[in-house]
Design a protein around this ligand. Structure first.
Ligand code: SDX
Length: 435
């Protein structure tokens, strides 16, 4: 949304002559922001923005979203071009370093990631401590956070070399932890990473291979997984990325920060939505049941939401959902999956929702989670692993955003304020004096 670049905005306390002119800051793209850092000291008031719907918590060069135009850029490159022409490791380099790598830079970065895919053997003990039916996201939270216990040599976050090696360790080890969480749930042996495979192919190898027989990773599956990872890599200051930044602002080590991001991503309103979409589609069961389900969604007393729809920023289509919808067909065809009842059900649900005034008036469109689950299910990935795969991809975005924040010389601890609506000061009443 282009608008003239204003220089300032003035706030005046009504009934007084007290006013403050706030500078308006322009980014390279997107709305201007009013710099309110002097507001409390000058006028004695805070701003109030529950959920931070209208608040810029930082400046960043990494990702840009235009929710009205359905635009998503990673370091200025449109997501559709990267999904089509790039791959996840190259996108990881781009998000972390700001430019597409030269062949030599890409080779060095790929080696850096590849050479850190193995886990300390003691980490098996962490996994063996969980119940077999533990949700894999619980395992991810626990084991990623526990990595800090194994890398005492790399917790000095003010050392750029420590930040570099920690980034490699996180990006490289998270897929291994994810795959081992899955194998542990199955009761199958952990599969070691293979350094001769690409990132996505190695992830599928660790998920699906068994020692008893050879396993050849399908190039179609590897390409589909790589595209899903690219599409989920970063997304501005979403809830989990903001969690990582806030944790990092205290000086917490990167393993703890990424574990905090995983915890935030788990929620069904965020990264847990892809798992919730499959549960919703299974609950609907048949296109004939769609109208009754839509009626439940519209009933405010039901608290039922159309999972995979809506977004805080996208008030038009989510470009990632569009790309996934296109590749849904392609992946199902290439996998020879032609009896996937969920796809026609999802497409009919989308068609009905997009013609219904309730959803149109609220600008509720399919988001990235609506189609990702269908592709992952077609690829043989169990629903419980969907958000884990989102976390594997978003680790690259979290690490990039954490790195950007740590390199910002003006960075300070995050500490939001509040509107206090509790009791005013009162004296303690002894127990025997209470009713
Ligand atoms: C992700 O932030 C990111 O970038 C996230 C993400 C990323 O890559 O990091 O894009 C990934 O989290 C995608 C979103 C996945 N979540 C879901 O699909 C869950 C279902 N969606 C909703 O929970 C909701 O849309 C949110 C949480 C995504 C956004 O919530 P908002 O911005 O707070 O929207 P809102 O609650 O203000 O909704 C406005 C209205 C409300 O109705 P009214 O009170 O005006 O009558 O729309 C309704 C809401 O009740 N509404 C929905 C709805 N989403 C919003 N009604 C039915 N179904 C829905 N999905």
């Amino acid at each position: 949304m282009s608008q003239p670049a204003y220089k300032s905005v003035t706030m005046t306390l009504d009934g007084t002559n007290k006013s403050l002119t706030l500078p308006l800051v322009s980014g390279t793209l997107g709305p201007q922001v009013a710099d309110i850092r002097k507001l409390y000291n000058e006028l004695g008031v805070f701003t109030y923005d529950p959920g931070y719907g209208g608040t810029a918590a930082c400046d960043s060069k990494i990702t840009y979203i235009d929710g009205d135009e359905g635009i998503l850029l990673y370091r200025g490159y449109p997501i559709a071009q990267l999904a089509e022409q790039s791959d996840f490791v190259e996108v990881a380099y781009l998000l972390m370093h700001g430019e597409l790598p030269s062949p030599a830079e890409l080779a060095e970065f790929t080696t850096g990631v590849t050479r850190h895919t193995m886990l300390h053997e003691q980490i098996r003990n962490f996994l063996n401590g969980f119940r077999r039916d533990a949700h894999p996201m619980a395992v991810m939270c626990g084991v990623v956070g526990a990595l800090a216990a194994f890398y005492h040599d790399s917790l000095d976050i003010h050392d750029p070399e420590v930040r570099r090696i920690s980034a490699f360790r996180l990006i490289a080890k998270v897929p291994t932890i994810a795959a081992w969480a899955y194998k542990y749930a199955l009761g199958q042996p952990f599969i070691y990473p293979r350094n001769d495979l690409s990132y996505a192919a190695n992830f599928l190898h660790m998920l699906n291979s068994v020692p008893a027989e050879p396993y050849e990773v399908s190039p179609v599956l590897a390409r589909a997984m790589d595209r899903i990872l690219v599409l989920h890599a970063d997304h501005e200051q979403n809830a989990s990325t903001s969690t990582v930044r806030l944790a990092g602002s205290t000086g917490a080590n990167p393993f703890a920060c990424i574990a905090a991001g995983i915890a935030a991503l788990w929620g069904p309103a965020h990264g847990g939505a892809n798992e919730a979409v499959l549960k919703m589609l299974a609950e609907i069961g048949h296109v004939d049941n769609i109208p009754a389900f839509i009626a439940k969604v519209k009933d405010k007393n039901s608290d039922v939401k159309l999972m995979g729809f809506g977004h805080r920023v996208y008030k038009n289509f989510d470009p990632r959902a569009q790309i996934l919808k296109q590749s849904c067909d392609e992946v199902l065809k290439e996998l020879g999956v032609n009896d996937e009842p969920l796809l026609p059900l999802a497409m009919e649900l989308e068609r009905i929702a997009l013609t219904d005034e309730y959803f149109i008036s609220r600008k509720l469109y399919p988001n990235v989670d609506f189609y990702s689950g269908i592709i992952l299910k077609a690829m043989g990935i169990p629903t419980s692993m969907f958000t884990v795969i989102f976390a594997v991809a978003r680790t690259v975005g979290w690490v990039s955003q954490w790195k950007e924040m740590m390199e910002d010389p003006t960075q300070r601890i995050g500490r939001p304020r509040q509107v206090y609506t509790g009791a005013t000061t009162r004296d303690y009443v002894k127990l025997d004096a209470r009713a």
